[in-house]
Design a protein. Structure first.
Length: 96
């Protein structure tokens, strides 16, 4: 899913690595499944894609609900993801 999200965002491994403050070789390891990113690294990657870490990581049900949410988010263009994030932030601040 990491590779798919990167490709949908139109980023090379090197570009993603630079934006997420990690090594390109580490991105490659995440994508091929030889290493799992830490939660903090995952947060940085998600932010680079303009997504939110709104899908559940605690007791995640990757077979059903969460995989669907991730797939839906990946179908959005980078501009749509940024728009969604901006609307979400505005909504949160409007509630305060």
């Amino acid at each position: 899913m990491l590779r798919e999200a990167r490709l949908r965002a139109g980023l090379t491994q090197a570009e993603l690595a630079e934006r997420a403050a990690t090594a390109r070789s580490q991105i490659s390891r995440y994508e091929n499944g030889s290493v799992l990113p830490s939660l903090e690294t995952l947060r940085r990657l998600v932010r680079v894609w303009g997504l939110e870490l709104g899908f559940r990581l605690y007791n995640a049900d990757l077979e059903d609900h969460d995989a669907t949410l991730i797939a839906q988010a990946q179908r959005l263009t980078p501009e749509e993801r940024v728009d969604r994030a901006v609307r979400s932030v505005k909504h949160v601040y409007a509630l305060r």
